[in-house]
Design a protein around this ligand. Structure first.
Ligand SMILES: Cc1ncc(COP(=O)(O)O)c(C=O)c1O
Length: 402
């Protein structure tokens, strides 16, 4: 059998643990096991009806062609209005690009700017693709731990210590996946003060979960907190989590026109435009009624509290209800060192996640995937019955450890 010669750029990249786990959970499900999925980044809300209707109408109107690479004029206008509404940020048309999800916006920005040996500051716990995207783009990730005792947030002094002459970007996510931490305006101001002292560092601000917050309407972003940073900030977001449109694949970036032009160049030679129908749907989502966002955040808050109570009742586990996202980051420090019913010791959060999948039919993501151990992440965007069943299975699984 022919074996492809692999590029060194890619052979060092790890497949995401989340995708491996999802595959394993799928296999177990196919074998008849009742796996409860707690590891997914999907919301359990439907995409709103008016958004689906807009997509249907667009397809019937014949909006089934390639669009401009940087997105339809209608969607770019909606994004500009959204950034003004939510963040009081003003961008010109040439400062916006529509992508296939915010994942692509982030990657295009890194690919457009990084040279070998240039560094990107990533805050742990992190969304794993940041790390591999930086490596794929030829840069070097520099990980700054943001431990639980600092609310999983970046301390300005730690940022100062991490910046070197090679630092190109700081990636900052608000609210944070996986911890659910939300930076306040005051906390962002303190970070902005450091960045003002380092004009060579650019800021990748990822606000994908900005509307899933339990105190207030929308999480702030750095460019709105410190306008002097705006000329070197790329503000990234999308419709995936705000409107439960994960599979529609629409994200966007707003920033200096010179950077946006380079990102568009990459996109034109790789994926061309985002789906025309999804773009029409995104216009309806951004321009339509927004009350749903608060209602959904209230539903999620109740689920968060419910699940957190279950988790804190499990021997060896503890978590703090987060201020945003739909994830709970759970410390499993209290189970490390204990023995499984088969006598094997739990040495890492990966061991524990494997045990939960194989013996408790629960799919969770270990903290190792986010650069912080010993923890695991669970989603509370799940049905009440799943949350209750998962809580019981977790309690039994913890009680079975010796
Ligand atoms: C922190 C963060 N940023 C970006 C993304 C990418 O989202 P999408 O490409 O669906 O817009 C995700 C997806 O889960 C995420 O968690």
């Amino acid at each position: 059998m022919a074996v492809p010669v692999l590029s060194p750029r890619v052979s060092g990249i790890q497949p995401s643990l989340a995708s491996i786990l999802r595959r394993r959970a799928r296999e177990l499900r196919a074998a008849g096991r009742d796996i409860i999925e707690l590891s997914s980044g999907n919301l359990d809300f439907p995409t709103p009806d008016h958004v689906i209707a807009a997509a249907h109408a667009a397809a019937l109107r014949g909006e089934t062609l390639y669009t401009d690479v940087d997105g339809t004029p209608e969607l770019k206008q909606s994004v500009r209005a959204t950034l003004l509404r939510d963040h009081r940020l003003t961008y010109a048309e040439g400062e916006i690009v529509i992508c296939n999800g915010s994942t692509q916006a982030l990657f295009n920005a890194l690919l457009a700017t990084l040279s070998p040996a240039e560094e990107v500051i990533i805050l742990a716990p992190y969304w794993a693709p940041y790390l591999e995207q930086v490596r794929l783009a030829g840069g070097t990730p520099v990980i700054v731990p943001c431990p639980q005792n600092n609310g999983y947030k970046l301390r300005p002094d730690d940022l100062v210590a991490a910046i070197t002459p090679r630092t190109r970007w700081l990636i900052i996510n608000n609210p944070v996946n996986p911890s659910g931490a939300v930076y306040s305006r005051k906390e962002l101001s303190a970070i902005a003060a450091v960045l003002l002292q380092h004009p060579e560092v650019w800021i990748l601000s990822d606000g994908l979960y900005e509307h899933i917050v339990f105190d207030g309407d929308c999480a702030p972003t750095l460019a709105e907190i410190e306008p002097r940073l705006k000329p070197r900030t790329l503000t990234v977001s999308g419709v995936a989590k705000t409107y439960a449109m994960m599979g529609w694949r629409v994200g966007y970036a707003a920033g200096p026109a010179a950077l946006i032009r380079e990102m568009i160049k990459i996109q034109s030679q790789t994926t061309s435009c985002a789906s025309s129908i999804s773009q029409a749907a995104a216009v309806a989502a951004l321009n339509g009624p927004q009350e749903l966002l608060r209602q959904r955040a209230d539903v999620l808050r109740a689920k968060r509290d419910h699940f957190a109570r279950f988790l804190n009742g499990c021997s060896g586990l503890s978590c703090e209800p987060p201020q945003g996202t739909f994830y709970l980051l759970v410390s499993c420090a209290g189970v490390i060192g204990k023995c499984l019913p088969n006598g094997k010791q739990v040495l890492t959060d990966r061991d524990f996640a494997g045990y939960l999948l194989d013996h408790a039919d629960l799919a969770v993501l270990p903290g190792a995937d986010f650069g912080l151990s010993p923890y695991f992440r669970v989603s509370f965007a799940n049905s009440q019955s799943n949350i209750e069943a998962a809580g019981q299975r977790l309690r039994h699984a913890c009680e079975a450890l010796r």
